[in-house]
Ligand binder design. Structure first.
Ligand SMILES: [Zn+2]
Length: 138
């Protein structure tokens, strides 16, 4: 699905109208949902995860893996889907992950943990995404 950037909200007030309070807090204010509460933590359904704010494709379900950290985890993002920002909050240096299309906060990326061959873990809030299940499973 192509996203028409000209139709995206241009102010935080417009985002606030489009999103639920919890979605707004995470996506637009870089919040974090409580661990193990997100709807996609344990999901194994094949499909593509889209940005809940703008609808852009972010992650394929075959890159999702069990990290047991309490949030959905992926070891790879779709090409060009993500914007990276150095985050020095909370006394740590982390890589913040944002949607490249609408600049909404998704989660963080951690490297060098050795979970999978890509050696990366995208730790993403469920509330930042919407799963579009694959239709041609057969
Ligand atoms: Zn987006």
């Amino acid at each position: 699905m192509a996203v028409n950037k000209s139709e995206l909200p241009s102010s935080e007030d417009e985002w606030r109208v489009r999103l639920s309070p919890e979605e707004f807090r995470v996506l637009r204010e870089a919040g974090t949902e409580r661990p193990w509460t997100g709807e996609y933590v344990e999901t194994k359904i094949p499909g593509v995860y889209h940005c809940r704010a703008c609808g852009a494709e972010l992650f394929a379900s075959d890159t999702k893996f069990d990290s047991h950290c309490g949030w959905p985890s992926f070891d790879k993002a779709l090409p060009g889907a993500i914007r990276y920002i150095e985050d020095r909050s909370h006394g740590m240096v982390r890589t913040e992950v944002r949607c490249a299309t609408c600049d909404s906060h998704l989660g963080h990326r951690f490297d060098g943990e050795g979970y999978t061959p890509t050696d990366a873990r995208y730790c993403i809030n469920s509330v930042s995404m919407r799963l579009e299940p694959a239709t041609d499973a057969g």
